[in-house]
Design a protein around this ligand. Sequence first.
Ligand code: BES
Ligand code: MN
Ligand code: MN
Length: 459
Amino acid sequence: MNTYIEDNKQRFLDELVEFLKIPSVSADPKFDADMQKAASWVMSKLADAGMDKAEICETAGHPVVYAEKIVDESLPTILVYGHYDVQPADPYELWDSPPFDPVIKKTKIHPDGAIFARGACDDKGQIYMHVKAIEMMIAQNALTCNVKVMFEGEEEVGSENLETFIKENKERLKADIILISDTSIIANDIPSVETGLRGLSYMEVEVTGPNRDLHSGVYGGAVANPANVLAKMIASLHDENGKVTVKGFYDKVIDLSVEEREALESAPFDEEEYKRDLDIAEVTGESGYTTRERAAIRPTLDVNGMWSGYIGEGSKTVLPSKANAKISMRLVPDQDWKEISDLFDAHFKAIAPPSVKVKVSRHHGGQPYVTPTDSIGYKAAFNAMEEAFGQTPVPTRGGGSIPIVALFEEVLGLKSILFGFGLDSDALHSPNENYGLFNFYKGIEAIPLFYKHYSALSK
Ligand code: BES
Ligand code: MN
Ligand code: MN
């Protein structure tokens, strides 16, 4: 490990603790002041690290933090992207320690300790690795590339205002490559570099039966119950082979070649351990695909929330007037999220029986993304991982989504490198989110190596 990291280990961690104490929840207006506070906090750390410029850029929503250091116009420029917003911490009672009061504990997966807090891995812990790596490179006079930093505060709510921001700041954001640490590696002894992300289409449906809630004894059996109807409609969205039945859903899906599938499958994976970890008796999904393929290279449809009727204490005999669900679809190349949203809309209305009315509305979405593995950006990431871990990394495809990544390519003409250090088991978006200290320091060590390899390969 670089002696700079050794010498500043505790300070780096103390600072991360301070950062994680700010509840930067983008979804809930109750935390708006904390969003500002988190933005200012990380902006001042970028300034302290020695960036030439570090500023808060207001948007129609939460601010963007921007900083840059131009060492030499003739060197390649890396644009670092990440997000300082976090998912809501609810339900609080399921956390072993308060989500915004970080604690460090040793775990089976993280024997050197992990920091437990909302945002520890997704993405505050990972963006802070960049702040510290930049500080180190500047302090050691070892910055081999120009660097621009853009941290947004709305990734977890769809990045709508960042789209406007990048469209309005094309000149300022000029770079050669985008570097993002917001994904996972396979395991701490199996480094990997993700070659793609799934897209997303997020919908909401409302099924209305009678014009008011009814006595389920007086009317039950004679009037369509929207909760029953919705359950049936949702059940019909998959066939017996686990395929999504939305008309046209698979039309644009690009199948991977046998070689590509074999390469992805060559990465170690223990299905028994996977089931044990989740406490499930069996895995399910689209037939003809493995668990890992189902969760990365195949599109999906899932209910994310569902509500209707009486859900309070005890019982109430009621035939509800309405039933609702939030449904998300993960997409793969070349599915188009707006097109898929249209297909879903049409399909869902078409399968509704005449006894109910159906409303379909759209939330955010984003296109799927792939990184070419023969690009110098990917190679630099691969080499940096290899050097930092002392082990050859495995190319993988991530199942999650970072919708703005496809827009970076569309608007800025830039490819993104997914240089994440989390583990899928770090409980992102769940209670007890955590990030291994090993991963935090390994990231700080690997980031300068990316700069080194990227500038060498650019020559
Ligand atoms: N960092 C995640 C995405 C991720 C996690 C990618 C792990 C690969 C591996 C990101 O913050 C996220 O949660 N994205 C959302 C999408 C967004 C529109 C809410 C997602 O994937 O659900
Ligand atoms: Mn994230
Ligand atoms: Mn997230």
